[in-house]
Ligand binder design. Structure first.
Ligand code: BV8
Length: 232
């Protein structure tokens, strides 16, 4: 794709599905077992913190047991080799992009392997559990919550994301249903910034009509092929 210097890539649960991490809206999706507002909202956390801590302790254990797949590794190769601007914006809370070699990465919905202290505001890499209310390593208070952006909360890094989209030549969306905002609105912003838009997904997403091109299939096949094209 000639004339492309600045790339923004948005990823969702679909890119980690082949690593064994459940997506949200599939028949066996995460939201099948839990009402979103019960486990992924500040209100739900106030109402039943044990339910929420148990939910994310299980997600954290699943993330640590998972391995990056060919799609994560291909984006790691692109990140190494691409000498233009590149930003991978992920909605995923897993660390498979990092383990796949990506560095120019932003977790807009937080990270499973991070705990946030509500008493002192410190954030800590966390691989254990939070259900047992461990003390904060900085202030000692037992006020740690998952460092996750819940519904109704402001996503992380919005300024950096909007700035990257404003000067993007190419916007690529991988493995996302386009159901959750503000992420689902990025393709429109990219389009109005004059960027070319490409979707790589198992099926058409809710925002498919905004993309110049949609390639349907598994991320582990589509992403390495697309990266090959970009680095040719
Ligand atoms: C906010 C962390 C104010 C938790 C998550 C405008 C209109 C309507 C509603 C709103 C609006 N603006 C805001 C809202 C409210 C709300 C929202 O969007 N509600 C929806 C339900 C309508 N948004 C918010 O509350 C956001 N905050 O708005 O704050 C604000 C806004 C702007 C600026 C300032 C302030 C916060 C939302 C974040 C919530 N936290 N995650 C956790 O992970 O537990 S969202 C969570 O759900 C994910 O992070 C992700 O974002 C979303 C799930 O979507 P996907 O990742 O796409 O997964 P899904 O299962 O849906 O789809 C998978 C896709 O992959 C499918 O298409 C499938 O075909 C494909 N696939 C499957 N396998 C493969 C594959 N593709 C390729 N290969 C495969 N193998």
């Amino acid at each position: 794709m000639d004339g492309i210097r600045n790339i923004v890539i948005l990823t969702g649960a679909g890119i980690s599905a082949e690593s064994g991490l459940r997506t949200f809206r599939a028949d066996d999706g995460l939201w099948e077992d839990h009402r979103v507002e019960d486990v992924a909202s500040p209100e739900g956390f106030r109402r039943d913190p044990e339910l929420v801590q148990r939910f994310y302790d299980a997600r954290r254990a699943n993330v640590m047991a998972a391995e990056p797949n060919a799609a994560h590794r291909a984006l790691g190769r692109l990140d190494d080799a691409w000498d233009g601007e590149l930003l991978i914006v992920t909605q995923n809370i897993d660390d498979l992009h990092e383990r796949g070699g990506a560095g120019r990465l932003l977790h807009m919905h937080g990270e499973a392997l991070s705990a946030w202290c509500l008493a002192c505001g410190a954030r800590h890499r966390w691989t254990g559990t939070l259900l047992d209310e461990p003390p904060c390593p900085t202030c000692g208070e037992a006020e740690l919550r998952p460092d996750i952006v819940w519904f109704g909360e402001m996503p992380y890094g919005m300024d950096r994301i909007f700035a990257a989209i404003a000067c993007a030549d190419l916007f690529v969306s991988i493995g996302t249903s386009g159901a959750v905002y503000p992420a689902a609105g990025f393709v429109q912003q990219a389009k109005s910034a004059g960027a070319r838009t490409l979707e790589l997904n198992l099926e058409h997403s809710q925002g498919s009509h905004w993309f110049d091109e949609s390639r349907l299939g598994a991320a582990s096949a589509l992403v390495p092929a697309w990266v090959e094209e970009m680095l040719r």
